[in-house]
Design a protein around this ligand. Structure first.
Ligand SMILES: Nc1ncnc2c1ncn2[C@@H]1O[C@H](COP(=O)(O)OP(=O)(O)O)[C@@H](O)[C@H]1O
Ligand SMILES: [Mg+2]
Length: 284
């Protein structure tokens, strides 16, 4: 009976992925990120490090992009600029059509708060604060006050990531995967144009990694634009587009039909059930 249930689950996931797998062209959605001739040079005493050496890239609404490349290739530099945490040395960056390099520090902070949700490798949750309070935090800094009821927005956001029943838990009462989902809820609470995630699964085991990627795929299906940095093929195979950096330049930029994370989870469940069924009955 259990095996039948699992088979149904797999069939459902596979048919779901067939709908998903149909390649939707993004060329007619609006650009969220447009960088042109982007350069970043770090000056350290007499030496210069050319971290970005002329990057051109457009990312449109509804994309799910993995930025890849070896250590030192410029991924974090690029994410910092796209995230409005740093300025380029030259080149232009438009976020939702706004020329970010021309903004002052305060304006930049506002744009960052309104338009970008950040997810980090180490979750970055406040330890002595409940899940719902962690998720509310970005709203404290929202000077537009477009969201009136912070608590309700945070609860809605936690429900979106499947943690509606964990609102009062503290981070140490949650698994790593759940903590990262709280962090994703926090990134979503301001209704940003863009989610930026730097190695979001770097601290998670392989099963939890697939679960977090399933969540990103679900959110992306709802139209949320996501850019994530990863060096793992296990993560990038769930992206619709892969951009590879080397020495501060894009050396590859390709779209792909992503694997379905929910499909992979269904397969894992099926495998576990098979193993349980064939395991010898214990005498306990
Ligand atoms: N704040 C900084 N000051 C000086 N050099 C830096 C700084 N940040 C990064 N770099 C250098 O820029 C290059 C790209 O770094 P980074 O963007 O962190 O790459 P990645 O994230 O792909 O590992 C590296 O050579 C790195 O040493
Ligand atoms: Mg980095």
């Amino acid at each position: 009976m259990q095996a039948v249930d699992a088979a149904v689950l797999v069939a459902a996931a596979v048919s779901d992925s067939n709908i998903l797998g149909k390649h939707r062209l993004m060329s007619d959605t609006k650009p969220v990120v447009e960088v042109t001739g982007l350069r970043k040079t770090y000056v350290m005493g007499k030496t210069e490090v050319h971290a970005l050496q002329g990057v051109d890239m457009t990312i449109r609404q509804g994309e799910l992009v993995a930025i890849m490349g070896t250590s030192g290739s410029g991924k974090s530099t690029m994410m910092n600029i796209i995230g409005g945490l740093d300025y380029p040395s030259s080149g232009t960056y438009l976020l939702d059509g706004i020329e970010v390099n021309k903004l002052g520090k305060n304006e930049l902070a506002d744009i960052r708060n309104q338009k970008i949700g950040f997810v980090f490798q180490g979750f970055n949750l406040l330890a002595r604060t409940s899940a719902v309070e962690n998720v509310e935090l970005p709203l404290l800094y929202d000077r537009t006050h477009k969201i009136k009821n912070h608590r309700q927005a945070a609860i809605d956001s936690l429900e979106l990531v499947g943690l509606g029943d964990r609102t009062d838990h503290h981070p140490n009462e949650l698994s790593g995967g759940q903590q990262q989902r709280v962090a994703i809820a926090r990134a979503l609470v301001t209704n940003p144009s863009l989610i930026l995630a730097d190695e979001p699964t770097g601290n998670l085991d392989s099963r939890t990694t697939v679960e977090v990627m399933q969540l990103f795929q679900e959110l992306n299906k709802k139209g949320i634009t996501i850019i994530l940095v990863t060096h793992e093929d296990e993560v990038s195979r769930y992206a619709k587009r892969i951009v590879v950096l080397r020495d501060g330049r894009i050396i590859r930029d390709e779209t792909q039909v992503p694997d379905s994370a929910s499909d992979d989870i269904a397969k894992l469940i099926l495998k576990q059930k098979r193993e349980m069924e064939t395991a010898p009955v214990s005498a306990e």
